[in-house]
Design a protein. Structure first.
Length: 95
């Protein structure tokens, strides 16, 4: 009987996991097998590789930077609503 890793709750992929993904991809490990080894869904690994590859190559450092930048942009856009009175008033009026 195969021992399975417990799937983690939805959370962001961290740098250590990105390094593991890069290493395993270099060893020609399938995305599904990488997901099993990390205790993640295969779709999460596919998404990570698709979204954070640069010119078709997955690099942990570049992937981590891209993910951080994407989170920052989303957070910045949310802060605009909280900071700019005109936008805040508009949103409240339309709710």
């Amino acid at each position: 009987m195969r021992k399975r890793k417990k799937k983690t709750k939805a959370k962001q992929i961290n740098y250590k996991e990105r390094v593991q993904i890069e290493t395993l991809l270099g060893e020609d490990t399938s995305k599904r097998e990488i997901a099993r080894k990390l205790g993640r869904e295969a779709s999460s690994i596919r998404y990570e590789i698709e979204q954070n590859s640069v010119k078709g190559k997955y690099n942990a450092d570049k992937a981590h930077t891209k993910a951080k930048q994407r989170r920052w942009r989303v957070k910045k856009d949310v802060l605009k609503v909280a900071v700019k009175k005109e936008i805040k008033d508009y949103v409240i009026e339309k709710i």
